[in-house]
Design a protein around this ligand. Structure first.
Ligand code: PEP
Ligand code: MG
Length: 324
């Protein structure tokens, strides 16, 4: 880490003309928590909960999960911590719970699986809610939302988990609840989702994969995977616009949020926050503190008019060169 980057750890993520954005971290492993606390951040925009499930030989119980969630909620309190409900299936299979999907990425993954197994889902939701008692920083987020009913059902199960706990004498606060926008259908229904929920978060990794129909892990087509494809940029910008119209915060938690050259575009789209691995945060902050919102807005307008990923890339590289 250069001295210049280390020097801005305590400074706000704010453009020279005064536009601020929240820089959150993505977490999942205990080591990531320590690192994030060292460099400073606005909280956790995506806590992936699947790792303990993947390294176990059975579903972790409520107590065990609650302990893990408490650790991360407590570490960052009073800053918000966004716990994402279980997102297994796809590229994250559980050895003790085979899904037998011929097309795992189009199959039984994320919210689809947990809504089919309310006992698994409720155990996790109860653990998350119990972990938050006495803290006020829990946010809940659902992966792979494809239909508004899924978001409604999931939100209803959160309510049910709270009622169950209340009957057992455990009073919990209603957490903010949001959906990931990572399936193309959710892009077109971002407004309907935003109306029903407290926030949206764009999972650009899956969204790009599904928009472009490219499996990144397949080397034959990996070069077609491109976050700067004009269709991806347009989708991300449209979600931001729809959420903004309803006054609901929208952030990005896929890897494009941690790309210093892309961050100014996301700021100009009106994102409330960017969530990234902690190793990226200071570089992103440096760029945001260097390029003004007005310049980023002009750049965004030019990029959205591009017809090829290469044209977008040339524009943002030229902008970065002007400031390096
Ligand atoms: C995403 O899809 O962009 C995302 C953040 O979720 P994951 O990478 O865990 O699938
Ligand atoms: Mg995803």
């Amino acid at each position: 880490l250069t001295a210049e980057l280390a020097g801005i750890a305590g400074e706000p993520a704010e453009t020279p003309d005064g536009a601020a954005i929240n820089l959150y971290v993505n977490t999942g492993l205990a080591a990531e928590i320590e690192r994030a606390l060292e460099i400073g951040c606005a909280g956790v925009g995506l806590h992936r909960t699947e790792f303990p499930f993947m390294v176990s030989d059975r579903f972790p119980g409520e107590e065990e999960q609650a302990r893990l969630y408490r650790e991360v909620l407590q570490a960052f309190a009073p800053l918000p911590v966004t716990l994402r409900t279980l997102d297994v299936g796809g590229d994250k299979p559980l050895p003790y719970f085979p899904t037998h999907d011929e097309n795992p990425f189009l199959g039984w993954r994320g919210l689809r699986m947990t809504l089919d197994h309310p006992e698994i889902f409720l155990t996790q939701l109860r653990a998350m809610l119990r972990a938050s008692v006495g803290l006020d920083n829990l946010r809940l987020m659902f992966p792979m939302v494809t239909r508004v009913e899924e978001a409604e059902q999931a939100a209803a199960l959160v309510q049910r988990a709270r009622e169950e706990l209340a009957e057992e004498g455990v009073e919990t606060r209603a957490p903010l609840v949001g959906a990931m926008v990572e399936v193309p259908a959710a892009v077109y229904q971002a407004e309907s989702l935003a109306r029903r929920l407290d926030f949206l978060s764009i999972g650009s990794n899956d969204l790009a994969q599904y928009l472009l129909a490219v499996d990144r892990n397949n080397s034959r087509v990996a070069s077609l995977y491109d976050e700067l494809h004009p269709a991806v940029l347009r989708a991300v910008a449209d979600v931001a616009e729809m959420a903004r119209r309803l006054g609901k915060p929208v952030s990005v938690c896929g890897s494009m949020a941690g790309e210093p050259a892309i961050a100014p575009l996301l700021l100009a789209m009106g994102m409330e926050g960017l969530s990234m691995s902690s190793g990226r945060l200071l570089r992103v902050k440096w760029v945001l503190r260097t390029i003004s919102l007005s310049e980023s807005r002009d750049l965004l307008a030019e990029c959205l008019a591009c017809e090829t990923p290469g044209a977008v890339r040339r524009l943002i590289n030229a902008a970065m060169d002007r400031h390096s």
